[in-house]
Structure formats: structure tokens, C-alpha cells
Design a protein around this ligand. Structure first.
Ligand code: GCB
Length: 644
């Protein structure tokens, strides 16, 4: 959600903010270079200070944004992208709640500052959770919510004076309220015999460490002043003809012309169109197929969009190239279809999480994760429990890894968090998410939430509205939320297209009794299916295992127990996938950091890989299973490209 004024915020109190009702405007195309666009990444070291003052508002009271940060006190070097929590040696900073300040001074290319035909845009990939941005001390934008990008046109500021230097200040607050996504609460502990004055903690209902900071790249990019603001592509298939419906939004002038060309992977033009909207037809189209479903998975065309306008300053052109995968998605009573063929999700749930950098984006980690996914034979993951970096989805498009794209609606547990204020914010987050991710062929379903208290009375209206809104924004994809509520009590389930259920049999109850899993799991599936006749996904299951702990017969936390538990699940999944179960996603791909608690041993250990991405025994079990499943569903014509 984009917001207007810092002043209004600053009087709201040290930690919490209210939710406004802003309407989403404009596109959020990934910043790509082209003949008409330049890009400058601001990754690297920023100046940083956490505001440890009692009310956390010293930064506003002293207006730290007015002058270089070093002039108002000591600063730390802070890498971007990264969470700020784990890079230092300070335990207080690790668990800090409140405002932190980031600053970077840069020199712009002179032509950016001089060329009045250039629009200079500052884009922040992700700031957890509330951010206020100033350029050269001037407030330019505010945004609520981590995980999704926001931007500000700063042309006037950088082009107004003789200086081509530019000081970017970003204040970020990681406080969560019952109306944020995810929600949280601040609890002041007032017993003076136990806690010092002003002591408070932040409580959340989700199971991952609440990392904060600038988690993704901050980028400056240029476009012409009349520019391609947004592109929306949906695809369909008619016999062997691929249909690419496109819509281009142009800002800055009403007098423009748009031409589009679709190029295949060899760079050959296969279709052309004129006008801001239209349909391209691609005879004998190469469809976008998931990994291991076709000998040439993840086929991507390139949609080259060219805009030409007449402006007061003369003719202007803008160019943007969008990768396009031609594919269809559909759901029946018992199947999930991609390109008309039954698709079975063999995959994982992930987190954006790693040593030191926390949730900070990191290319080596990302490439390693995709290599591990392909080694596993996985064809899908869910972005549990928030939208991941855009570069993650780009790799999914390129490798054919199918995505259930989840919003940060995790831990919605309080009645207050189902209020209209919360709902309004959730609707806007879905708008931002769909605006950003709508063109990825890999994204096949939206998940609006994870394990909400969907048995609470207001949950019915909440999910009915939220899901209807999501479908209205994007009629081309099914919508779900992931539940752990009993099938009879779940008030949101009637509105989803696919039932996604999490269960932890023989882990959070019946400890150590793996013999009950098959019965309990079969009952789970049968009850849900009888009630709804919708395809189902086992969206989480798993057990903690500490790598190197061995116990046979298996004991909880040993590698043998994790493996044994998965095997029990697989027996039932193998029966039900012949009927209506369309997928299984292990919890979790890798160990990840959580809050400290007596049930978490330095984080959640349900990964089949360690946090450093080394396999536990369960990874080999899953690898064998996933390749077997892939081999079962392949056509005989694909023999040569399959592993053994
Ligand atoms: C769940 C949650 C996930 C937790 C997991 C667990 O149901 O969706 O966020 O980490 O269980 O390990 O408890």
C-alpha cells in the first residue's frame, strides 16, 4: 500500500500505524534495461542506525533525514540486500523492534540529471514492513508491507539543481499490528518486579524469525517521460495455436502508438500486433511445460513492446521486453490441469532464509536452491508464507518450477485481524502481488493465506470477499488458502478452488506413534473430499530432524524419524493421488530460523536440507520418490532426458 505523508504517521505513536485506504495505481514492471531504459543497482553498503530511544521516535524528532545520517550520531555499515538482524554482534539489534534508518549517497550519471526527457524512478524491492523514503531530505513515498516492491518518480528532485548527487534515506519500522500482514501485537510488560520500565515484546502467530531491513535490491532506473507503465499477458491454446492476449498501459501522453512482436527462443518473430491491446496467434506454439513433464520444459517467448509517442519535446520511444510462457491452467472436481493434462505438485515449501543475511536476497543461494530442487526432481513449490523476490519467479519461469504464490497472510488468528480494516489491507496486498506477479507462467495459483483461524465467525465473509476480489483481479488462475482447520468448521473453504491442507500427524500429537498416520491421513482426505469434491493438496507435512542424530528404532528429531514419518504419508498419498489428491509439498525444503522457544532448537528443523543446504536422509528418500513419480507420468517418448 502506498501512502502519502510522513507527518501524519509520526504522530501515531512509536510503534504502530493505522491502515489507510489507498487505491493501487500504476504498473510494477520489473526494472529491465532496454534501448530506452537504464538501471543502476544500489546494492552494497548503506549507513544504518537503529533508533533505540525509548519512544523510538528520536529520528523523527531530530529529523535525521534532513542531513547525512552521520551528522546526527554514529552509524553502522549495513549490507543491502540483507536483514539487519544477524550481521552484527549485538543481541539487542538482532531482536530490535521499531524504526531503523538506512541511508545511501550516490552520484547519478550526469545525463540522468540533465535530460529532462528522462524519468528517474527509485524502486525498493522489499522493506519490512513500513517504510518512509526521502531523497535529499524531501519525502517521496511511504509504503506498508514487506515482500512487495514500491517506487517513486524522483525526476524533479534529481533534475532540479546543479547537483547530480542524491541522498536516499529510508526509515523502516518492523512493528506488526493486528491489521498488518502478517499480523502481530505489541505487549507491554508492566510488572516492575520483573521488567524494566517501558519493556515490551512483539508477539506473532507465525513460525519464522521476523527478519527486517532492506531485503531486496534498491534500484534506480530511467524511462522516457512517456513510457510503458504496465503490460498484462494472459494465454490460451486453441488446438495447436497459442493465443497471447496482451494489454499495454502507457503513461505520460494520450497520443502514442504501440507495436508488439513475439519472438521465439531462436529470436525469430512468430507474431506481430499493433495497438495497446490485442491477441497474438502462434501456430504450432511451443507450450510452457513444467519440469520433467515435457522434453522441452519452460519454453519462453519474448514479447517485445515498442511505444512511440509525440510529445511537446518531440518524438519519444520506449521499449520493454517481457518473457511469455504460453500455457493454460484449469481445475476440475479432482484434477489440476496444465495445458489440459493432469498435473501433480511434487514439491516443497520454502522460506527466504539463510545464515547471516536472514531474508536478504542472494544469487548464489538462489541458484543453489534451484539446483537442489532439480536434483530432487521437484516440479513445484509454495512461496510460504509471503511473496518471494521477483528473481525467484523468473527462475521458476526458466526452469519450469510451478509456483503457488502466497500472500503474507500468515498467522491471522485474532478476531480483530478479520475486521474490515484488515480486510481492506489484505485486498490491497493481493492487488500489489497480482500486479507484480501476474505475468509469470510459473505462477499457477494464488494462495491468499496460511492457516488463518478460519473457524472464527468473521472468517466466512473475510474469505468470500478476499477470494472474490482475487479472482476479479485475475480470472485466469485458481485461488486457495492453506488450512489446518477442521473440515466441518472451516468457513473459508467453500470459496477456494483447491483444498490445501496442512497436517502434522505423529508430530504435534501422538508423539512417536507413526502407526496412526495412515488412518488419520486417509480420514483427513476422505472427510474433506466428501464435503467439497475439490482437488486437494497436502500442502504441509513433515517432522523436525537434527542432521547427524540417528536413532533406530526411530525417535523424534532423528533423521530416521523424519524419514519414517514421510514414508507413512507417502503410502496414503499414493492411494489418494489416483483419486483427487493433486499434490504434496514437504515442510520444509530447508531448516530456517524462528523465534526462540523451547520447541525450536536454533530454528525449525523440518528441512530435508540443513540451513546450509546439505541433505538429510529424508532428502534422498524424497528424491527417489519424486523421480519415480516423474517417470510414471512421463510419455515414453521422453526417455532420453530422464534420470535413470
Ligand atoms: C505449520 C506452519 C509453518 C510451521 C510448521 C511447523 O503448520 O504453516 O509455518 O513452520 O507448521 O513446523 O510447525
Amino acid at each position: 500500500m502506498l501512502r502519502g505523508s510522513a507527518g501524519a504517521w509520526a504522530v501515531l505513536g512509536p510503534l504502530l500505524w493505522g491502515c489507510g485506504l489507498a487505491l493501487l495505481q500504476g504498473g510494477m514492471l520489473y526494472p529491465r534495461e532496454s534501448r530506452s531504459r537504464e538501471r543502476k543497482e544500489l546494492d552494497g553498503l548503506w549507513s544504518f542506525r537503529a533508533d533505540f530511544s525509548d519512544n523510538r521516535r528520536q529520528g523523527f524528532e531530530q529529523q535525521w533525514y534532513r542531513a547525512p545520517l552521520r551528522e546526527s550520531g554514529p552509524t553502522l555499515d549495513m549490507p543491502v540486500p540483507s536483514s539487519f538482524n544477524d550481521v552484527g554482534q549485538d543481541g539487542q539489534l538482532r531482536s530490535f523492534v521499531g524504526w531503523v534508518w538506512y541511508e545511501r549517497e550516490i552520484t547519478l550519471p550526469q545525463r540522468w540529471a540533465e535530460d529532462l526527457g528522462a524519468r528517474v524512478v527509485l524502486r525498493i524491492g522489499s522493506a519490512h514492513y513500513y517504510a518512509i523514503v526521502w531523497v535529499n531530505g524531501v519525502h517521496v513515498v511511504e509504503h506498508e508491507g514487506g515482500h512487495l516492491p514500491f517506487e517513486a518518480d524522483i525526476s524533479k528532485l534529481v533534475q532540479s539543481g546543479p547537483l547530480s548527487s542524491c541522498r536516499i534515506t529510508i526509515a523502516i519500522n518492523n512493528t506488526l499490528s493486528p491489521h498488518t500482514l502478517p499480523p502481530g501485537t505489541i505487549l507491554y510488560k508492566t510488572d516492575p518486579s520483573m521488567y524494566p520500565k517501558g519493556y515490551f515484546v512483539q508477539n506473532t502467530k507465525f513460525d519464522f524469525f521476523n527478519y527486517a531491513g532492506l531485503h531486496r535490491s534498491v534500484v534506480l532506473y530511467t524511462t522516457p517521460t512517456t513510457y510503458i507503465d504496465d503490460i498484462t499477458v494472459t494465454t490460451d491454446v486453441d488446438q495447436d495455436i497459442g493465443l497471447v492476449n496482451y494489454q499495454v498501459i502507457v503513461q505520460g501522453s494520450d497520443h502514442f502508438q504501440v507495436d508488439v512482436s513475439l519472438l521465439d527462443e531462436e529470436g525469430k518473430v512468430v507474431a506481430k500486433g499493433a495497438g495497446a491491446e490485442g491477441q497474438l496467434q502462434v501456430p504450432s506454439a511451443h507450450l510452457w511445460w513444467p519440469y520433467l513433464m515435457h522434453e522441452h520444459p519452460a519454453y519462453l517467448y519474448s514479447l517485445e513492446v515498442k511505444m512511440m509517442a509525440q510529445t511537446a519535446m518531440g518524438p519519444v520511444s520506449d521499449f520493454y521486453t517481457l518473457p511469455v510462457g504460453i500455457r493454460t491452467v484449469a481445475v476440475t472436481e479432482s484434477q489440476f490441469l496444465i495445458n489440459g493434462k493432469p498435473f501433480y505438485f511434487r514439491g516443497v515449501n520454502k522460506h527466504e532464509d539463510a545464515d547471516i543475511r536472514g531474508k536478504g536476497f542472494d544469487w548464489p543461494l538462489l541458484v543453489k536452491d534451484f539446483n537442489l530442487l532439480r536434483w530432487l526432481g521437484a516440479n513445484a513449490f509454495r512461496t510460504s508464507h509471503y511473496p518471494y523476490a521477483e528473481e525467484v519467479l523468473q527462475l521458476c519461469d526458466r526452469y519450469g518450477i510451478v509456483v503457488i504464490d502466497e500472500s503474507p497472510g500468515v498467522g491471522i488468528a485474532l478476531v480483530e485481524s478479520f475486521s474490515n480494516v484488515s480486510l481492506q489491507h489484505h485486498l490491497e496486498v493481493m492487488e500489489e502481488m497480482i500486479r507484480r506477479d501476474k505475468n509469470h507462467p510459473a505462477v499457477v495459483m494464488w494462495s491468499v493465506a496460511n492457516e488463518p483461524a478460519s473457524f472464527l465467525k468473521p472468517a466466512g465473509y473475510y474469505f468470500k470477499t478476499l477470494i472474490a476480489h482475487t479472482k476479479a483481479l485475475d480470472p485466469s488462475r485458481p485461488v486457495t488458502f492453506v488450512t489446518n482447520t477442521n473440515y466441518e468448521a472451516d468457513l473459508g473453504a467453500p470459496y477456494v478452488d483447491v483444498i490445501c491442507v496442512n497436517s502434522y500427524y505423529s508430530w504435534y500429537h501422538d508423539y512417536g506413534h507413526m502407526e496412526v498416520i495412515q488412518l488419520q491421513l486417509a480420514t483427513q482426505f476422505e472427510n474433506w473430499y466428501k464435503a467439497y469434491q475439490k482437488p486437494m493438496i497436502q500442502s504441509e507435512y513433515g517432522a523436525d530432524a537434527i542432521e547427524g542424530f540417528h536413532e533406530d528404532p526411530p525417535l523424534m528429531f532423528s533423521e530416521e524419524y523424519q524419514k519414517g514419518l514421510l514414508k507413512q504419508y507417502h503410502v496414503v498419498l499414493d492411494q489418494k493421488r489416483k483419486e483427487y489428491v493433486v499434490g504434496e509439498l514437504i515442510w520444509n525444503f530447508a531448516d530456517f530460523m524462528t523465534n526462540q522457544s523451547p520447541v525450536r532448537m536454533i530454528g525449525n528443523r523440518k528441512g530435508i536440507f540443513t540451513r546450509q543446504r546439505q541433505p538429510k536422509s529424508a532428502a534422498f528418500l524424497l528424491r527417489e520418490r519424486y523421480w519415480k513419480l516423474a517417470n510414471e507420468t512421463r510419455g515414453p517418448e521422453f526417455d532420453p532426458w530422464l534420470r535413470n
